[in-house]
Design a protein around this ligand. Structure first.
Ligand code: ATP
Ligand code: LTN
Length: 362
């Protein structure tokens, strides 16, 4: 019997190899970068939020430790119907999963279930300047749209968003172009805090897609496709049926170019450029390939083709979300498990922050 195959040695080596494997896995786990994002359950998710943000969230679980949440604390900065808010929060979770976020590999949770968000939000409010908040475009846009309810929450919202992010020490924040300003403010707040107290927060980076970062309204290509805008003529939601999606694309605004030319020119042909962006984002084709594909065919062929490509992209998402929405017990299980994991990570950071600022230990 060779020494290596002696029973005691083999067992010893196996135990050692096992230990080495566990340590390696733990190291990989620790070295994994963190990705985090959230969306307010303030309306039905649109094609804009899918292409600008959620599409970038999925298939990342191998590389990243991922946290995604329903930002219900943010949603009440605009008045919400309570029953509708509850329903949308649950449906949004179903849509996250349907978009490819496996709850076994991603931490999916409800923001208000993790009180550390509100707690750190308050602390960070005290490290965010009035001038900084005044410069936020989302605040200016939303106060113009809700002139009768310009509340303090709407104004200080970016400090809460900074807390959402910094609690989890993430590396990347996958969002659409419109959120870049908030992530930059988060970086400034984190740097300011670290400058006073030492390295408490990791400085995160926005992660914005090359194509689809700003999808425009189909009827008004100079304004962003948005879920909470009144009227649904300019948007497509993840839950729209194929006939409705086709109708929206067929009546999408293009331009009065008599040649009906499908050419990428965002400045002079914003409607066509927006449709090309959508088509490119869902098919992976480049702008040159799209121009060649529709050369001489005009808008009459182009608009339904974009509609069909979108229908096929959204079909499996809608069908899976519908099945999941019917299974409330499953969704409850997912968000409860998510809360456990999120709270653990969040509490670690909050404890550090409370200590640094000088709060007496309870
Ligand atoms: P609301 O109208 O309630 O403000 P919204 O439709 O603008 O909502 P958000 O909840 O603000 O959408 O955004 C969710 C995520 O999707 C964010 O990361 C945002 O940047 C992205 N996003 C939203 N709309 C678009 C869009 N039209 N194009 C690209 N990305 C978008
Ligand atoms: N402000 C974002 C939603 C949001 C968010 C976040 C995104 C709230 N907290 C943290 C990324 C990270 C919006 O209005 N779309």
């Amino acid at each position: 019997m060779s020494p290596a195959s002696a029973p005691g040695k083999t067992l010893g080596r196996r135990a050692w190899e096992f230990e080495e494997k566990v340590v390696k896995e733990m190291e990989q786990q620790e070295a994994k970068k963190v990705m985090l994002s959230g969306i307010q359950p303030s309306g039905d998710l649109t094609l804009g939020s899918y292409l600008g943000a959620i599409k970038n969230w999925s298939s990342r679980a191998e590389q990243f430790d991922c946290y995604y949440f329903m930002a219900d604390l943010h949603a009440i900065t605009v008045r919400q119907d309570p029953a509708l808010l509850r329903r949308r929060t649950l449906e949004q979770l179903a849509q996250y999963i349907a978009c490819g976020l496996d709850p076994e590999r991603n931490t999916l949770f409800v923001q208000s279930h993790v009180p550390q968000h509100a707690e750190l939000g308050w602390v960070l409010n005290c490290y965010t300047m009035f001038g900084e908040l005044s410069r936020m475009t989302q605040f200016k846009d939303k106060s113009a749209k809700n002139a009768d309810n310009i509340n303090g929450g709407l104004f200080t919202y970016p400090a809460l968003m900074a807390a959402d992010i910094l609690l989890y020490q993430p590396d990347y924040i996958p969002v659409g172009e419109d959120q870049k300003q908030h992530v930059e403010l988060t970086r400034n707040i984190a740097q300011r805090f670290n400058g006073i107290y030492g390295d408490v927060f990791k400085i995160p980076e926005p992660y914005i897609p090359k194509v689809g970062a700003r999808i425009m309204s189909l009827t008004n290509p100079t304004s962003k496709m948005s879920k909470s805008d009144n009227g649904d003529t300019g948007r497509v939601t993840l839950m729209d049926d194929p006939a409705h999606i086709m109708k929206q694309f067929k009546r999408a605004v293009t331009d009065s170019d008599t040649q009906n030319c499908v050419r990428y020119d965002p400045e002079n042909k914003p409607g066509v450029a927006n449709l090309m962006t959508i088509y490119s984002a869902v098919t992976g084709k480049s702008m040159a390939e799209i121009e060649a594909e529709f050369d001489g065919l005009g808008y009459g062929a182009f608009k339904p083709a974009v509609g069909e490509a979108v229908v096929e992209t959204l079909r499996p998402i809608r069908e899976k979300a519908q099945r999941l929405i019917a299974d409330k017990a499953y969704l409850e299980g997912v968000y409860r498990a998510g809360r456990e994991k999120a709270s653990y990570a969040a509490q670690k950071t909050l404890r550090k922050v409370y200590k640094k600022v000088g709060f007496l230990a309870p």
